[in-house]
Design a protein around this ligand. Structure first.
Ligand SMILES: N[C@@H](CCC(=O)N[C@@H](CS)C(=O)NCC(=O)O)C(=O)O
Length: 191
């Protein structure tokens, strides 16, 4: 059985929760208190961060790597397209995710200009979603999962207005139709 070291507020953990739910993987969840982390978490991940997954005594940190691991370990339903170009596009979004999260965390720290910089990032997602239905291309997949935890938290916890970005609003509506993402919205609502 797979174990997930998890923290409900953590958007990186949310990526992994969503992928596991999409793939209907049976799991045990061990909740880590981020304000009072147990010392043993450093044995699972030298940085002390979550998420970490563990399977048969083997541990793996880093949400982007975990998502890819889960995609290979539990291939059905697929969350990466068969087309190499679409797989590459999804990976590019995931690789460049820091461009999106830097202004998000700056906004959380209430830094000057952060709202504008984060809105530029939302506009970038919107522009892509205006030409393709999903971030990775024709189908929902890992790129959408990689971004939606922050978009939900920005909208529902930081009060960021998203209405000026119609393709993003439409994507959010479609992505929330997936039970795995709707469950995550429920977690955010309870934070
Ligand atoms: N690059 C990591 C980031 C994970 C991360 O930053 N997790 C946060 C919670 S959202 C954490 O464990 N923070 C504790 C710390 O930084 O000490 C990933 O993608 O998994």
């Amino acid at each position: 059985m797979l174990t997930l070291y998890d923290a409900p507020p953590c958007p990186y953990c949310a990526r992994v929760r969503i992928v596991l739910a999409e793939k209907n993987v049976e799991l045990e969840t061990i909740e880590i208190d981020l304000d009072d982390r147990p010392a043993w978490i450093y044995e699972k991940n030298a940085t002390g961060r979550v998420p970490v997954v563990e399977e048969d005594g083997w541990t793996l940190p880093e949400s982007a790597v975990i998502m890819e691991y889960l995609e290979e370990r539990y291939p059905e339903p697929a969350l990466l397209a068969p087309d190499p170009a679409e797989r590459a596009l999804a990976r590019l979004w995931i690789l460049r995710h820091d461009d999106f999260t830097q202004p998000y965390y700056a906004l959380r720290r209430e830094e000057d200009g952060a709202a504008e910089r984060f809105d530029e990032q939302l506009a970038k997602l919107d522009a892509s979603l205006a030409v393709r239905p999903w971030l990775g291309g024709a189908e929902y997949g890992l790129a959408d999962v990689a971004y939606v935890p922050w978009v939900l938290r920005a909208r529902d916890m930081l009060g960021v207005p998203v209405d000026a970005h119609p393709a993003l609003v439409d994507w959010l509506h479609r992505v929330l139709e997936r039970p795995a993402v709707a469950a995550e919205a429920g977690i955010v609502a309870a934070l």
